[in-house]
Design a protein around this ligand. Sequence first.
Ligand SMILES: [Zn+2]
Length: 176
Amino acid sequence: MSSQNNIHHRSYIPFRIGQGFDAHRFIKGRSLILGGVEIPFEMGLEGHSDADVLVHAIMDALLGAAGLGDIGRHFPPSDPAYKNIYSLDLLERVSHLLSVNCWNIVNIDSIIICEAPRIAPHMESMRENIRGRLSGLPDVSIKATTTEKMGFTGRGEGVAALAVALISSTKEDFHA
Ligand SMILES: [Zn+2]
C-alpha cells in the first residue's frame, strides 16, 4: 500500500518546472533585439524571427514545464508567418496556451550570456516587456554574464540564453 501512497503523494504536487536554452549568431545588418528591447550595437542576431534569444529560452522553459513541446513545434521556422516576427508576440501566445491548459506562471529566472554589448542598462526594460506579456504578471528575473572570453559567446560570435520557469496548476481537481 505504501507504493500507492507514494504515487498519490507525488501526483498531488501542483507544480512543474521547465528549462529553456537558446543561442543565435551575430550578423551585420540586423537590429539587436533582446527581451523586446532594441539595443544599440554594431550587429544583430541571425534568425527567422527577430532572433530574441532571451524570449526564445523563456518560451521553451514555459512550454517544457507544461509538457507542451517546444517553440519549433508551435512556431516552425519553415512557416513564413513567423518571418521577422516580434518574439514578444509569440511569448504572449505561449502564455495564453498555458492558461487554456490550466497552468499559471509562478516565476521565471533567466540568464543572458554574451561578451558584448552590456546588458545591465537594459535589464529593467526587458523585465517589464516580458512580464507585461505574461498572464498573472509573474515574477521575472533577468541576469547577465560573460564566459570570460571562452567559447562562442566569449569570442563574440553570438548570444546564448538560459531560462527556468515554475508553473502551477489552476485545476482544482489536479490531485484527483
Ligand atoms: Zn531562438
